[in-house]
Design a protein around this ligand. Structure first.
Ligand SMILES: [Fe+2]
Length: 264
């Protein structure tokens, strides 16, 4: 019987995108047969496996381009490919790092990793059809920071990765879809619509486990969420928020009012 944790560790560290995606999708398919046993503590992973030729740079070093040209759209879709690639690593790390959780916790995060792998495949196919590939453009190295910052606290992880980083995706994706639609790129629009719907579920899964751990620690979730943002992000939550999508993803109306008055 294969051990879930050693298998996930190898996938997180895997650099080759084709292999990483394949292994993630296989893991999800055979998950029910996995053996959950801890032989040693998880590694501290300061950097997961990225393709060797991908240049990781500071966010401000990235150039913004218009999306009226195919090259501009390739740059945008490459940035999204990088987000999805990181999302595979982040979902796997949620399952890998936190021991002694209910079995459903692992089922949920392996399923999310599988979705992210599928998203990455769709975008990579788009890039390939348009003459480029993942690794052709630089990408910023800030996305894993939150994983490192929250590696010792599952409550912080559930608050700040799904409910902040992924929820930010819900805020910005509809605008991106409109712009791509305006540029006549129906294929990109189709892909982003699928991703958008799936990400609502992912944030909702994050909310579910965030509430679970708030309950275990006897914390009021809305207050606990804000205190995580203050503690780990110096209160720098970015709006405006997509209230409609967030309400489907485990936020409630009172919480959205609180977040809007405090942060946007
Ligand atoms: Fe995704």
């Amino acid at each position: 019987m294969n051990c879930l944790f050693s298998e996930i560790e190898q996938i997180i560290l895997c650099k080759d995108p084709t292999d990483k995606v394949k292994a993630t999708r296989n893991l999800a398919k055979g998950f029910i047969k996995k053996h959950i046993e801890y032989k040693r503590p998880p590694l501290e992973i300061t950097l997961p496996g990225y393709p060797t030729r991908l240049a990781l740079v500071a966010p401000r070093a990235l150039k913004r381009r218009g999306i009226d040209t195919q090259e501009g759209r390739n740059v945008l879709m490459h940035a999204i490919a990088h987000i999805e690639f990181n999302a595979i690593n982040l979902a796997l790390d949620a399952a890998y790092r936190f021991i002694d959780q209910p079995f459903d916790y692992y089922v949920d995060w392996v399923k999310v990793a599988d979705d992210e792998a599928r998203h990455f495949q769709m975008i990579r196919r788009y890039l390939n059809l348009n003459g480029c590939d993942y690794g052709d453009y630089p990408a910023h190295n800030g996305l894993w920071d939150m994983a490192v910052k929250t590696q010792h606290d599952i409550l912080a992880r559930m608050a700040l990765v799904p409910r902040v980083l992924e929820a930010r995706g819900l805020d910005v994706t509809p605008g991106m879809i409109r712009r791509l639609d305006g540029a006549g790129d129906t294929e990109a629009v189709e892909i982003l619509n699928i991703i958008y719907q799936d990400e609502i579920q992912h944030v909702d899964i994050g909310s579910k486990w965030f509430f679970h751990h708030c309950a275990l620690r006897e914390l009021e979730p809305r207050t606990a969420f804000i205190s995580m943002i203050e503690k780990h992000m110096h209160g720098e939550l970015r709006g405006p928020f997509n209230v409609e999508a967030r309400l489907k993803a485990g936020f409630d109306k009172i919480e959205m009012q609180q977040l809007e008055s405090k942060y946007s």
